[in-house]
Design a protein around this ligand. Sequence first.
Ligand code: SF4
Length: 284
Amino acid sequence: MKTNKKIFLCAICNIESGTCNEDCKFCTQSVKYKADIQRYKQKDINQIVQEAKQAKNNKAIGFCLVTAGKGLTNKRLDFVCKAAHAVKKLKLDLKIIACNGTASLEQLLELKKAGVNNYNHNLETSRDFYKNICTTHNWDERYETCLNVNKSGLKLVCGGIFGLGETQEDRISMLKSIESLNPMNVPINFFHPNEALPIVENSISKEQAFTLIALARKMIPNAHKIMIAGGRELMFGDEQYEVFNKGANAIVIGDYLTTEGKTPSEDIDAIIKSGFTIAKECDR
Ligand code: SF4
C-alpha cells in the first residue's frame, strides 16, 4: 500500500461571493436561485492576506482567488490585481491562481503583471450539453478564454463538473476538449446538490466517479495534476482518498466556494495514513 506519490494541496479564497447574474444550474452563486449562502462584493484585502497565510500553514502550494460573475470587468480586474499583489508581497512561495470567468488576452496580461501564475477557467461540460445547464452564455466563450490564457503565458487550469445529467458521451467530449487545450492542471468537480438549485440530484454513482477520474488521467496524460475539487466528501465519503489510486494527485483543502470542506489537518493526516506524501512545492 505504501507509495511515495506526492499529493498537491490547493486552497480557495472566495473574494467575491454569490453575486452572479448568470444562470448556471449547478451553481449556488447565481442570484437567480436564492440559495442560502453568504453574498458579498469585495472581500477585505487584509482578510485575503490572512487566508493566504493560513493556506501556507495548511501546506497548500496554490492559492486561488475566485470571483463570482460571468467574467472580468475593469473594476473586478483591478480588485483581483490588488489582491494578487498583496499576496505576492508576502513571499509565501504560493502559486497564485485567478478564477474570474471569461477574460480577454489584455486582462489576463494585467493579471500576470500583478503576480498571478495560473488562470482557472473550467469548460464545465461538453459543448453540446452546455445549453442544458446555462442559457446566459455559451460554451464557445469559455473555450475562447482558455485559448486566451494559453496565449497570455499564464498556466491554464481547466476542468469541469460531473453529475449534472450529462451522458457518458458528453463526459468524453468534455475531456477531449480539455485535452486539446493542454492544461497544466485539471480540476474535477462533482455536483453538490442544494435545494435551491434546478438540478435536483447528482446523476453519477461513486463507482462511475472513480472510473471518470481514471479516464481523465488517461485522456489528459500531459496534465501535471488531476485535482479533485468540489463534491469530494459527498461523492466518495469514507473512500475519498482512493481517488489518488485512480489517478488524481491533487485536492482542494479547506472550505469550497459555498460549501464546507474538512479541516485541512484531517485531510493531511488521512493522506499520510493512506501512504502518500504531501508535496512541498510545485515547480510548474
Ligand atoms: S458564471 Fe460562474 S459564478 Fe456565475 S452562475 Fe455560472 S458558475 Fe456560478
